[in-house]
Ligand binder design. Structure first.
Ligand code: SAH
Length: 256
């Protein structure tokens, strides 16, 4: 049986024992029916400086409070050298969930859900505080599962949904390049040698099904965004950012 690989919010140090939270204990002992002495792999994302994971062993298969002994730490090379914030307009719930999962697999650092002029009101209705918190929790669970599955060790940050104009005029210091994905009047999404050597921190903005308005594009340009195209065809709002992320990882990240 495959060794379960799990995200753990606690500080992990070799030779120590920790008690897992209720949800993780339930998942391991009730859903997976693991018994004591089973091997596990744990990672704790942003809590560790070095990207890697810990060998671990289930010592007490308690369904509510499982006890795990932490073993050796192993560095892994699955994290991209790029720091990419993906700002994507809200789209239909299931498509947005899918986009979060795939963007995590493709190595994004953070995801900012955006509400723009043509974002369908159905997807951006003002959620009550409670519903919004639930939604963000749901999105966080998606990115955690995608990290567990894909071997990532850093969990992307999912930000609170923000109006495009507020986001565009927010603090974007210390970013090397800002791109808005736009199928019209845009330069191809490719990089010269200088950009390849120097670009590490990137912001990528993508519109909703209805596209971005001319005014929004103009404001983005005013904030030093460059309009870039990922090909001659109009892609769906979830396909375009995944194409762009693949291009970024190929040209500037994973294969360099
Ligand atoms: N109906 C809209 C298309 C929206 S596509 C229109 O005609 O403008 C949804 C989003 O995906 C766009 O806002 C853009 O950010 C991105 N996108 C789609 N195809 C693209 C392409 N070929 N190049 C760059 N971005 C693209």
């Amino acid at each position: 049986m495959r060794i379960p690989r799990l995200y753990c919010k606690q500080v992990l140090s070799p030779k120590s024992r920790i008690v897992l939270d209720k949800e993780t204990s339930h998942y391991l002992c009730t859903v997976l029916r693991l018994k004591a002495n089973r091997d596990l792999v744990l990672f704790n994302g942003e809590l560790s400086d070095t990207t890697g994971e810990y060998q671990a062993r289930l010592v007490e298969a308690n369904k509510k409070a499982a006890v795990v002994e932490i073993g050796e730490f192993t560095k892994t090379g699955t994290e991209s050298t790029l720091d990419i914030e993906l700002a994507c307009c809200l789209i239909k719930n299931d498509r947005f969930d899918w986009l979060l999962q795939k963007a995590t697999e493709l190595g994004v650092t953070s995801i900012s859900p955006i509400i723009s002029e043509f974002t369908d009101v159905k997807h951006s209705v003002k959620l009550s505080k409670e519903r919004l918190e639930k939604k963000i929790l749901h999105w966080q669970q998606i990115v955690v599962s995608a990290c567990e599955q894909s071997g990532r060790t850093r969990v992307p940050i999912v930000n609170v949904p923000t109006a495009l104009i507020d986001w565009l005029t927010g603090d974007m210091n210390r970013v090397d390049e800002k791109y808005v994905l736009h199928p019209y009047n845009a330069v191809p999404f490719s990089f010269n040698d200088k950009q390849k050597a120097e670009t590490k921190k990137i912001i990528l903005l993508v519109g909703p099904e209805g596209g971005l308005s001319e005014e929004e594009i103009a404001i983005a340009h005013g904030q030093q965004f460059t309009s870039v195209s990922v090909g001659p065809r109009i892609l769906r709002a979830e396909t375009a950012p995944l194409t762009a992320l693949s291009i970024l990882q190929y040209q500037l990240g994973d294969f360099t």
